[in-house]
Design a protein around this ligand. Structure first.
Ligand code: PMP
Length: 397
């Protein structure tokens, strides 16, 4: 049987990580993988997470099964962190929340939920979008189509083209939107653009599906939810996939949530039973540890404050690196402007250089990034930023 399989190429980012590890150049810089790094190049465990883990270790009394939806306390806290304490969909009991293995788990469960509603569902994704969106949605056999999003020439969102494309969507089509910190472009919708999208989605009977994996790493914990909250206000039906991987630094603990907003309370209980049955058929129940940490932090005022302060520091560091990179490149006398970098949000931006230049940066300067020239900003630090700027400007000359 196994002989029927053909070998598959390695994931390009994982490949890049291996090449980086094997590189002996002391000046090497990893701008590939999308994890937060501090000034020392480490991805540390947040102190609030450590404190919550210590508390959990001392107080946990059982590891018995918990159920497909995971921890009720986690689901309560995470939906309020995203939508606010008093959102109408919570008060009206129109929302179903399930704890998932990371944001990927949430996306995959949501995809299965859509396929169960209608196997012919079409999902519109941004061009470009996070590469893993495609297999996560295709795994449920959904049809994928693209709307224009980022204009690499002008370093701006192609908003008119995006809206024109979505005008051609049919009722019941799903629109996948990045809640904040668009991956890979860093180009986020402004409030006016979100307002227009909400109007279009409601008018045409489209289902918004918000993927929010970087809440708190763009403009702020509440600011980053503008689009998600607005769509939850306006649309009768909606899906949300949220992740705690980046904002709690829980990457390998696989912590996220899927949220389904239904048109009314009766429909919500039907949606819930379907959602939980889908989960039961995939992984049965989510892992507990990461969600217990998040629940402990968000259920304790002092820990929430400590976590919020740490997250603010991470957000501000990324923004400061964005400003510094643009400044250092300009100081090299580079003709091309990189002033767009501090305008963009979150962990990523495209440098906008071609594949040959990306390869040159890797081969001659040991600076690693994916072929599209997407860089992970947190891979920069005060010790390597000048080297990156100088190497880039050398490659551009
Ligand atoms: N969506 C987007 C856009 C992402 O960038 C990520 C993380 N790279 C995720 C979802 C989910 O990640 P995880 O499964 O690690 O929580």
């Amino acid at each position: 049987m196994f002989e029927h399989l053909h070998g598959l190429p390695a994931d390009p980012i994982l490949n890049l990580m291996v090449q980086y590890r094997q590189d002996n150049n002391p000046l090497k810089v990893d701008l590939g993988v999308g994890v937060y790094k501090d000034e020392q190049g480490q991805t540390p465990i947040m102190q609030a997470v450590h404190a919550a883990e210590t508390h959990l270790l001392a107080s946990e009394t059982t590891k018995t099964y918990i159920g497909p939806a995971g921890s009720e306390g986690f689901c309560f806290q995470i939906s309020r962190l995203l939508l606010g304490n008093d959102h109408a969909v919570i008060k009206d009991q129109r929302i179903t929340v399930a704890q998932t293995p990371g944001g990927c788990g949430a996306l995959r469960v949501a995809a299965e939920f859509l396929a169960k509603c209608d196997p012919d569902t079409t999902v519109w994704v941004s061009d470009p979008t996070w590469a893993n969106h495609i297999p996560l949605l295709k795994g449920a056999n959904l049809t994928i189509t693209e709307y224009p999003y980022y204009d690499g020439e002008n370093k701006a969102i192609r908003f008119d083209a995006m809206m024109s494309a979505l005008e051609t969507a049919k009722s019941g089509d799903v629109v996948l939107l990045h809640g904040c910190c668009h991956n890979p472009s860093g180009a986020d919708l402004n409030h006016e653009q979100w307002n227009s999208i909400a109007e279009l989605v409601v008018r045409k009977g489209l289902i918004p599906f918000v993927d929010i994996a970087y809440q708190g790493l763009g403009d702020g914990l509440v600011e980053d939810t503008y689009g998600a909250r607005l769509l939850a206000d306006k649309a009768p039906e909606m899906l949300i996939a949220s992740s705690c991987s980046k904002n709690f630094g829980l990457y390998r603990d696989r912590t996220g949530a899927v949220m389904v907003i239904s048109a009314n309370q009766t429909q919500a209980s039907v949606s819930a039973s379907n959602l939980f049955s889908i989960i039961r058929g995939i992984y049965s129940m989510p892992p507990a540890h990461g969600a217990a940490i998040v629940e402990t932090i968000l259920g304790n005022e002092a820990l929430t404050k400590q976590w919020d302060d740490e997250l603010t520091m991470m957000r501000e560091r990324i923004l400061q690196l964005r400003h510094q990179l643009a400044k250092e490149i300009a100081a090299c006398g580079t003709e091309q402007s990189f002033a767009f970098i501090p305008e963009q949000k979150g962990m990523f931006s495209f440098l906008g250089i071609d594949k040959a230049q990306v390869a040159q940066l890797k081969d001659e300067y040991s600076i690693y990034m994916v072929d599209s020239s997407r860089i992970s900003i947190a891979g920069l630090s005060s010790s390597n930023i000048q080297y990156v700027a100088q190497s880039l400007s050398a490659v551009l000359k």
